[in-house]
Write a new protein. Structure first.
Length: 404
């Protein structure tokens, strides 16, 4: 199936087509070729059993359908190709039904027309599918009201009429199922790729929140208590000055590869990578009952995670980590075309200030953070001191371990 889709995708292809448009074109081409093949069989059956006019209609469908495929290859006009295919699928089954003597004598061949509105759902849009479905209902009502036949009998044996009932129902079911199955499968594959790429640029917490409720992508935010973590590599600037850029980036990627899974595993939301620094928050975008504790646990685990890196080379820098808890505005900032999920507030700023007071390998937490985890934390008081941007002195603690 994948190989057939690949071949069909070359017919009427346009370099500017999206993946979804390429899928729609390829699937409609395959559907047209498959129905054309079946129509040849239907036409030959009717001709063999004494209904040449009835047989000519499916054969005409095949000729017209293949002609539209050729024109589509030459012109790349998908809108005309789609209209031609859906029109043939809708009208000719009703014409064949009328020629063969109505719903029963034609073995409900008009059921094939239902492929048109269903196909419009996959190949066009819901609004256009409604129009095709409306046209289908009009044809059903008109042919039903007017008798749906120009004759009261045909030359087909009773056994063949009964067999064609089965073939028509099975044929329509198979065609519709194959078309929708392939479309949904390929759409799900594409969606999985988007999710995977989406998750590489956003924290899983943010990605899940946006996918579950797209309204959360609107500009603005909420004020809530968060625990912010700011981690920075001490001495990274001198480190970069002595090494080429490629080696510097490789080192950063190695550090981030070690600590990002730790943050995610502890429920953190990474707000940004700022050079060699990482900013993460807890309790946003989803609520977390003990966000201060999980942030502290993540910070200690981060320091353990990079030990394997710095153990190989003692000259490599280590993280300094600051953690603070308090109110912050969390949400989307930017423009309607492009925005970022951010956290603004005193807690985020204080976490950044506290990390500058930490030494390599240390985690320094604020007083409010310690108040929330004092039952589980082993700390060493650092006293009260002044930090840039705050008038009052702040109390800080060196986090040495957790008992839980």
């Amino acid at each position: 199936m994948d190989r057939l889709l690949g071949l069909a995708a070359t017919i009427g292809a346009n370099p500017s087509d999206s993946e979804e448009m390429r899928l729609r074109k390829a699937l409609l081409v395959l559907l047209a070729l498959l129905i054309s093949l079946l129509a040849v069989g239907w036409g030959l059956i009717y001709i063999i059993f004494g209904e040449p006019l009835g047989g000519a209609i499916p054969l005409s469908y095949t000729v017209l359908s293949l002609a539209s495929v050729v024109l589509f290859t030459l012109t790349r006009r998908y809108d005309w190709f789609r209209f031609a295919q859906l029109g043939l699928m809708l009208v000719l089954p009703f014409v064949l039904m009328v020629v063969l003597g109505g719903f029963v004598l034609s073995s409900v061949v008009a059921a094939w027309a239902f492929v048109a509105p269903l196909g419009a759902l996959a190949f066009a849009s819901p609004r256009e599918a409604l129009r095709w479905f409306g046209a289908y209902l009009i044809l059903v009502v008109l042919t039903g009201t007017l008798g749906g036949a120009v004759r009261t009998a045909n030359n087909l044996p009773t056994g063949l009429v009964d067999a064609m009932f089965i073939l028509n129902i099975v044929g329509v079911s198979v065609i519709v199922f194959i078309a929708l199955y392939v479309f949904v499968r390929e759409r799900d594959r594409a969606f999985a790729v988007v999710q995977r790429l989406f998750g590489q640029y956003l924290s899983p917490q943010i990605a899940r929140a946006l996918i579950s409720d797209p309204r959360k992508a609107q500009l603005g935010g909420d004020i809530r208590d968060v625990t912010a973590l700011f981690a920075d590599l001490e001495g990274f600037t001198p480190f970069t000055e002595s090494r080429p850029p490629r080696e510097t980036v490789a080192a950063l990627n190695r550090y981030f590869t070690a600590v990002v899974p730790v943050i995610f595993a502890n429920g953190g939301t990474i707000i940004q990578f700022a050079g060699d620094a990482i900013v993460a928050v807890w309790n946003a975008p989803v609520e977390q009952p003990r966000h201060a504790l999980t942030a502290a646990r993540a910070a200690l685990a981060m320091q353990v995670a990079i030990e394997g890196i710095v153990r190989e080379d003692a000259t490599l820098p280590r993280f300094r980590v600051g953690i603070a808890t308090g109110a912050a505005l969390v949400g989307n900032v930017g423009s309607e075309e492009f925005h970022n999920y951010v956290a603004h507030g005193d807690a985020v700023n204080l976490a950044a200030r506290l990390q500058t007071g930490a030494k390599a390998g240390q985690v320094v937490i604020s007083g409010p953070t310690y108040a929330l985890i004092r039952d589980a934390a082993a700390v060493r008081p650092l006293g009260r001191f002044t930090v840039k941007g705050k008038v009052e002195e702040v109390e800080a603690f060196l986090l040495e371990g957790l008992r839980v």
